[in-house]
Design a binder for this molecule. Sequence first.
Ligand code: MG
Length: 340
Amino acid sequence: MANKFSFFIMFYFFFSCSVKRSHNGLAGNTVLNHGLLHVQGSHIVDKDKKLVSLAGNSFFWSNPYWKGVKFYTKDVVRWLHKDWHTQIIRVPLAADPDVKDGYLYEPEVNLKAVERLVDAAIDEGIYVIIDWHSHHAEQNEAQAIAFFERMARQYGKYPNVMYEIYNEPLKVSWDTVVKPYAERVISAIRKIDPDNMIIVGSPHWSKDVDIVSENPITGYNNIAYTFHFYAGSNFDWLSKKMTKAIQNGLPLFVTEWGTVDANGDGKVHLEVVKMWMELLKKYQLSHCNWSVNDKTEGASILKPGASTKGGWTEKDLTPSGKLVRYYIRNWQNIVNQNKK
Ligand code: MG
């Protein structure tokens, strides 16, 4: 235990030193530099057909009762961009039928919160994923289609925006449940917005990308697939699924990952996080960390009571927040090591 603890301290010391050394600001406006992102084979490329790997944050569910929505502010987006060098945020519209003050029951308040963050990301010049955050999206297909039609009309002209049409399907069939749902939602979006990226969830909490890779969606352009991992889960088993999907040519997007257990709680699994980050670097995948919140659970980047206007110091960040800030802030340096 003593050894592990001292290693942890050394690792954090390294973070703070490297953060100070690399304190040289951002290389301009992310979306201005890269433009509309496109799927090309199993990769995601920018307007100049260069490989892109972005790092950023997922916010928490949008519904008021769970309180994560208090961080849905322009100031927080600005702080994440300026201080964390966040290049992409993910906005989870609480759309699960089990969330009783979510979008299905209280559409206006949830919609306004999502729009606030999307508008803030566009103003900051960073990317934003609009996420239908549900484990049962096939039960609410009509609402999902109406929502994404609205989003496509409002935001389809902005290269910043991506549509994630199903967060995490549960143990349901890809072939007969998720894929047909996705094809109908994609068809509706494409009638309005012909080009922005659409990201599709995979069964088993967006883990079964290997199954998806055997029968991907065809006939539509710019479709990527959600892959999620939590460092507290089994690394070997899950990384094999991911690698198999990539080898089969499936373009993946890690719209959500955690340093802790898959239930969002528990301790930071530092060594496993490092292994995942090596893989994301190797395959040049983009990723958003779960989540921007101050709830008392391991995955929150903030301690309870942290400001909803950003400006956070070291003492406002949880162990997960400090680790994730290091990775996001240094991500472009980390992935560029591949190219040297
Ligand atoms: Mg468009």
